[in-house]
Write a protein of this length. Structure first.
Length: 319
């Protein structure tokens, strides 16, 4: 690439990022997030040179400028910074688009910023560690030798949060439960490109992020955290497909679905029998519903209509 071409390309990427200022400010949800700073961080990330050529992320950005717009709008909506020193969020090339990725540190920051959580931490537990779960309102006891070269295989992870009232909320996931979520993610299911999956490149960070996302379902008043997790689960390669879509000929027809009494209670029992995670199921329902009505949000069974409960029950084997 000659100097004139390189200069033109650099100018394009800088102009592309700057063109998002108006929409960014219109979407802003946190006064501590400032466009000029985030614009500078985005230009550092996407305008970086690699062997005198625009970096791969920058090349993807120029090919798909709308994905840059979406990513920066999500920065504003969620209220997370791209500051590389904090390591809260990143603009990453995934496939043919730029995606906003939020780290486990970023998720913990959002939880604390909510005001209802004063401390949150997530840790991986190895076979040689000592782990004791205390009473329901106590933090667990986790002892390990941080200098050990081999602490054994990973057996699980936990997240503990302390509310402003002083109560502890602790949630655990066994490693098989974590890998079940990994196996359902888009990036892991794509065996041809699995080596580029965040699970293949940064497994420990993904384990921590997974247990934080799981714990978030039990935390009070963390709407921004819920929004960040919803973004990760629907707009990035971390997306978890809760249920493989049935072939079209096997899809139950809506006019054949029978609405039963106590259908929500029966759905809860069905999910338990099928060993399905309620939070993941509701995220899937939310995605399905928003395809038809983007203004609706599904947070619980009560947000579903009777017909939707029946349809979704049928799709997971309830009829």
């Amino acid at each position: 690439m000659n100097n004139n071409t390189q200069l033109a390309t650099n100018t394009q990427i800088l102009e592309l990022i700057s063109s998002n200022e108006e929409q960014f400010n219109a979407s802003l949800s946190d006064k501590d997030i400032v466009w000029k700073k985030e614009e500078s961080f985005a230009k550092q990330i996407l305008g970086k040179l690699d062997k005198n050529k625009l970096c791969w992320a920058g090349q993807i950005a120029l090919r798909n400028p709308s994905s840059v717009n979406n990513a920066l709008t999500n920065v504003a909506n969620i209220g997370i910074t791209l500051n590389p020193a904090l390591k809260h969020a990143y603009l990453l090339p995934r496939g043919n688009e730029i995606q906003l990725d939020i780290s486990y540190r970023g998720l913990m920051h959002i939880a604390i910023a909510s005001g209802s959580i004063i401390h949150i931490d997530a840790r991986i537990v190895y076979l040689e560690d000592t782990f004791e779960l205390g009473a329901i309102d106590e933090a667990p006891v986790h002892k390990c030798n941080p200098f050990a070269t081999d602490r054994g295989p990973i057996i699980g992870a936990y997240c503990v949060a302390k509310t402003k009232e002083g109560n502890y909320i602790t949630k655990l996931l066994r490693i098989d439960e974590i890998y079940k979520r990994r196996d359902a993610s888009d990036s892991w299911k794509n065996t041809k490109a699995r080596e580029y999956s965040p699970w293949a490149k940064w497994e420990n960070e993904m384990i921590l992020k997974t247990v934080i996302k799981y714990t978030a379902k039990f935390l009070p008043n963390v709407d921004k955290l819920d929004q960040a997790i919803h973004h990760l689960d629907t707009n990035t390669d971390e997306k978890v497909v809760f249920q493989e879509e049935l072939p079209q000929e096997e899809q139950p027809k809506e006019d054949e679905i029978k609405v039963e009494e106590n259908s929500r209670d029966k759905l809860a029992v069905l999910l338990c029998e099928k060993n399905k995670d309620v939070g993941e199921f509701l995220s899937w329902c939310n995605a399905m519903v928003q395809k038809k009505n983007p203004d609706r949000e599904i947070k619980g069974f009560e947000d579903l209509t009777d017909k939707e409960v029946a349809i979704f029950s049928a799709k997971i084997g309830g009829v």
